[in-house]
Design a protein. Structure first.
Length: 431
């Protein structure tokens, strides 16, 4: 049954359109976190009409914009009713037509202000297909919404033909993975490979992930292993009327059990945490295959962003690294970390290889850097592998000052000749 624009318009005017809410849950803890507003047409006889039967018609004209703003306002009213309970953010679907709408972000901000609601409680969903052909305007549109304090989600990702190249440039907060990507119940090897890649891609671009249309335990299990952040689907809850959603929210605040994330996390998120600690101390980590003269580097430039890898030929990396060293340290650096020497050390039974040099930073200042190679093994390859951890050491002048202070203190206490002791101290501290 397809309705005409006039029928839909009068349904809107008669208040027959309303919002249902489908909750979204934390993938690991199964706790309620947010919801999506989905429009429904409740006819006078009580029949509930799915958006499938009227949204496509409404999208042919600006009628869709009226509907979307109407639903957004309903979502605000629902959020206000949550004032006495934890307010879970609500995402609202906005048609591609809004990309051309003047002052969209200001209008949304004014709506939230009218209801005295904090902006992070509203998320704007824009479907993936809206991107095609709208690239130039879309970027500005999304930036203006985010600058106004709202979150933006790309809906139905994977359902159309959008290119990864383009998505990578979209500054969205959330990627909603379309249910069509789960259609083989995550049991098909190829389906799993595609999903794993999408989640890795999204997380590396610092986007949150929501899987839509999750219906089975198998899907949930697999999505957990991909570190998917939120789940929306019939397995947990169907879209429901406002009253039901509000009572669900009420119930959820009562059973907000603290969960130990360490007991539930997947192996990959445990490694993520571990890497965070490693990067705290070692801003540069290099994986080297000495047998193949290749490397893979992870550099950590600030603690809020994750690693950015680069890969290449190991000999060239050392050549480049040598140039950044203090002229007096170049020869020893190049010699120590030549592949020939590292392999020879490995064959002699060395477990590590260590060197302190002075390296020129981007700011033109030399800093002491300790470079340590740890030989490691891979179960699936006989190649000689090493992991290099590079650490910035305290300033040499600081260390020298500390050594002089220690020397003075010791002389005051012992009064004897400390030259031999101090020589050992200096050697150990490499000053
Ligand atoms: P959507 O935004 O991708 O919303 C998700 C759709 O998947 C919803 O369909 C939801 O009921 C359905 N769904 C959720 N979990 C499951 C599941 O486990 N299995 C299956 N098979 N389906 C699930 P719904 O409510 O029929 O909405 C369909 C589409 O209509 C929405 O897709 C959205 O694109 C559009 N829509 C809904 N409300 C609005 C609105 O207010 N404005 C605009 N512009 N579009 C809307
Ligand atoms: Mg949606
Ligand atoms: Mg969707």
């Amino acid at each position: 049954m397809k309705y005409t624009a006039e029928e839909i318009r009068s349904a809107l005017q008669n208040g027959e359109l309303t919002a249902y809410y489908q909750p979204q849950y934390d993938t690991l803890t199964s706790q309620l976190k947010s919801a999506e507003a989905l429009v429904r047409w409740i006819k006078k006889d009580g029949t509930v009409v799915s958006p499938f039967f009227f949204i496509p018609v409404a999208e042919e004209s600006d009628l869709i914009m009226e509907i979307d703003w109407y639903v957004a306002e309903l979502a605000c009213k629902t959020l206000v009713k949550q004032n006495v309970m934890p307010q879970f953010p609500i995402s609202v679907n906005f048609s591609r037509r809004h990309i051309q709408e003047k002052n969209f972000a200001e209008k949304l901000a004014a709506l939230m202000d009218r209801y005295e609601l904090p902006r992070p409680l509203m998320e704007v969903e824009i479907t993936e297909s809206a991107m095609v052909g709208n690239e130039a305007n879309l970027l500005d549109w999304i930036v203006s919404i985010r600058n106004a304090g709202f979150s933006v989600a790309i809906d139905d990702f994977g359902s159309g033909l959008s290119s990864l190249q383009f998505v990578k440039d979209i500054p969205a907060d959330v990627l909603k993975i379309d249910k069509s990507l789960l259609s083989h119940n995550c049991e098909d090897e190829k389906e799993r490979i595609v999903l794993e890649s999408i989640f890795t891609f999204a997380h590396r671009l610092h986007m949150k992930t929501v899987a839509e249309g999750v219906e089975t335990k198998e899907q949930l299990g697999f999505l957990r292993s991909c570190d998917c952040i939120r789940i929306q689907g019939y397995l947990f809850a169907r879209p429901m009327p406002e009253a039901d959603y509000l009572s669900l929210c009420r119930g959820h605040c009562a059973v907000d059990e603290p969960t130990d994330i360490l007991q539930m996390q997947s192996a990959s998120s445990a490694i993520q945490l571990l890497m965070e600690a490693v990067f705290r101390r070692y801003p540069l980590v290099i994986f080297t295959n000495l047998s193949r003269n290749s490397y893979y580097m992870m550099a950590y430039d600030d603690f809020t962003r994750t690693s950015c890898p680069s890969a290449g030929i190991f000999d060239e990396l050392i050549e480049h690294g040598t140039e950044t060293m203090h002229p007096d340290d170049r020869a020893v650096f190049a010699e120590t970390f030549s592949r020939q020497n590292i392999i020879a050390q490995y064959k002699n039974g060395a477990k590590t290889l260590r060197l302190i040099t002075r390296q020129l930073g981007d700011d033109g200042i030399y800093r002491r850097v300790e470079t340590v190679d740890y030989f490691v093994r891979s179960g699936s390859s006989p190649d000689i592998l090493a992991i290099t951890l590079c650490e910035n050491l305290p300033d040499e002048t600081d260390t020298q000052a500390a050594v002089s202070a220690i020397e003075a203190d010791l002389k005051a206490i012992c009064g004897s000749n400390l030259d031999a002791v101090m020589e050992v101290v200096r050697k150990r501290l490499n000053t």
